[in-house]
Design a protein around this ligand. Sequence first.
Ligand code: DHK
Length: 149
Amino acid sequence: MKPIFVLNGPNLNMLGLREPAIYGSDTLKDVETRCAAQAKALGFGTVFRQSNIEGELVNWIHEARTASSGIAINAGAYTHTSVALHDALKAADVPAVEVHLSNVHKREAFRHHSFIAPAVNGVICGFGVNSYELAITALANIITAKEKG
Ligand code: DHK
């Protein structure tokens, strides 16, 4: 089985330091460890990456088309701005889940719209690091169902 790509966008390298009341005190390394454990329990490996650069995320989504079973993506602020990520996810044509640590709908109005939501299977937000584990579980279910045809 190909790995699940877990892709993280801008400012997520600052987790643990950044607004802990909103994003929690776990670091991105902690998130990576929990994602790997959850995926392993479900029979998957993970490729875990973070970039502050939009085009790098686009390139990794393209790579995921052939190198992954599916994508969990926390695009950070690019969620609310990026047509390029929307188009890349459409082009990738693998199962994908949008993830957020915080409940974006309880926050500023500019976070209520997602450009990538229409290009993914579903959206999970508001459960802290558990959002990532839930996204991996959802992806594993979709991928397994797809395999069975
Ligand atoms: C992370 C960010 O960096 C924000 O720009 C999003 C998201 C929310 C999160 O909750 O994980 O608006």
